[in-house]
Write a protein that binds this ligand. Structure first.
Ligand code: PLP
Length: 388
């Protein structure tokens, strides 16, 4: 049923690529071993699969395999990065600098740390949705241990200037974490040379399976003072104990291999489709606003339609799966905190929709959405102003 819908919600999750699925299948069947079983071939086979996947994740980040810690997804990676470092640094008065445009995962972890008594400063972006590296630097205090910023924004697609923020953190001697959940596999990333110490990413945003993600932990001496979130066996250098999810990790590795191979072509194609959508809607209708300025992720477009509530469009556009913001907040009627922090009034924030496109989006689908959305907006406007 749902497969007859046009899927424009790639930022929420992506379909599993057939090749990633094929890479998982042996580990859901006869190759069921535990990679920590060192005394027999079942274990060796699983260990080999994890090693291959680790190399592929690392390759997408220009990192070494030892710098990759497998997790269940970006939410867990973010928790490990922020709580692990701030609890592990041994400072009572540790301070965190983050931003007002984080995904709920980053935002809630920062809130939890504030409840534990840590100091937290949140830096707003400029009007276009971009962080000013000088504003981030100005928020750093003598007690600051970590700066954590979202790299590719999940609602408006804006890309943070990691090099400039990394340089500011290096000047001030603080660690930098990047939430690269949306940008990983979509745009080139090189945390080592950008001065990033920790980076969170996820498999299911790049046509890999759910249930796998990674935290990049920069190798340096002395080691980053990360404290694990849970106790157990010594897996993942003791940072993420527990038996590894081998099938999902194998699929994640294959998704990374595909992303590395196909990124230049795919990001151009997807950005072209996004531009086609924006050009047609902005050209064919009055009162359409694009939220978020370049540089942006190729596949995310956040558009506001004057006089029309996002809810009315979501209800009226029955053949299209899309959302008004992040999947975690899509059941809520509250205006998005990300859009509010761009300076939008609540009524304007309630008129915004997020279109997110990806690997399997076609020109025909974009044309259908343009046609049906244009007709719907004209119809809704003709029906009279909606209280939003
Ligand atoms: C920017 C960002 N960070 C973190 C997450 C959480 O990722 P996961 O679903 O892998 O836990 C998401 C998911 O939408 C995201 O977009």
């Amino acid at each position: 049923m749902a497969s007859r819908l046009i899927y424009f919600d790639y930022a929420a999750t992506t379909p599993l690529d057939r090749r990633a699925r094929a890479a998982m299948l042996p580990y859901l069947g006869e190759a069921f071993g535990n990679p920590d079983s060192r005394s027999h071939a079942f274990g060796w086979e699983a260990e080999e699969a994890v090693a291959v996947a680790r190399e592929r994740v690392a390759a997408l980040l220009g990192a070494t395999p030892e710098e990759i810690v497998f997790t269940s997804g970006a939410t867990e990676s973010l928790n490990l990065a922020l709580k692990g470092l701030l609890r592990g640094c041994g400072r009572q008065n540790a301070h965190l600098v983050t931003t007002t445009i984080e995904h709920a995962a980053g935002r809630e972890v920062a809130r939890a740390l504030a409840r534990e008594g840590l100091g937290v400063t949140t830096v707003p972006p400029g009007i276009g949705g971009h962080l000013d590296p000088a504003a981030v630097e100005a928020a750093i205090r003598p007690e600051t241990v970590l700066v954590s910023v979202i790299h590719g924004n999940n609602e408006i697609g804006t890309l943070a200037d990691l090099e400039a923020i990394g340089a500011a953190c290096a000047r001030r001697g603080v660690f930098l974490h990047a939430d690269a959940t949306q940008s990983f596999g979509k745009v080139p990333l090189d945390p080592g040379s950008a001065g990033v110490h920790l980076l969170s990413c996820s498999s299911h945003k790049i046509c890999g399976p759910k249930g796998a993600g990674a935290l990049y932990v920069r190798r340096q001496s002395p080691r980053l003072p990360l404290r694990p979130l849970v106790e157990g066996g010594g897996q993942e250098q003791g940072l993420r104990p527990g038996t590894l999810n081998v099938p999902s990790i194998a699929g994640f590795g294959e998704a990374c291999r595909i992303a590395l191979d196909e990124m230049p072509e795919e990001s151009l194609r997807v950005a072209g489709l996004r531009d086609q959508l924006e050009r047609a809607l902005c050209g064919g209708l009055d009162g359409v606003t694009v939220h978020g300025t370049e540089p942006r992720l190729p596949g995310i477009s956040n558009l506001g339609f004057d006089g029309v509530a996002a809810e009315a469009i979501l209800l009226g556009l029955r053949r299209v799966a899309l959302s008004a913001g992040s999947a975690c907040a899509s059941g809520s009627l509250e205006p998005s905190p990300v859009l509010l922090s761009l300076g939008l009034e609540p009524k304007h924030a309630r008129r915004a929709l997020r279109f997110s496109l990806g690997r399997f989006t076609t020109v025909a689908e974009v044309e259908t959405v343009i046609r049906e959305l244009t007709e719907l907006v004209l119809r809704l406007r003709a029906a009279g102003p909606v209280a939003t």
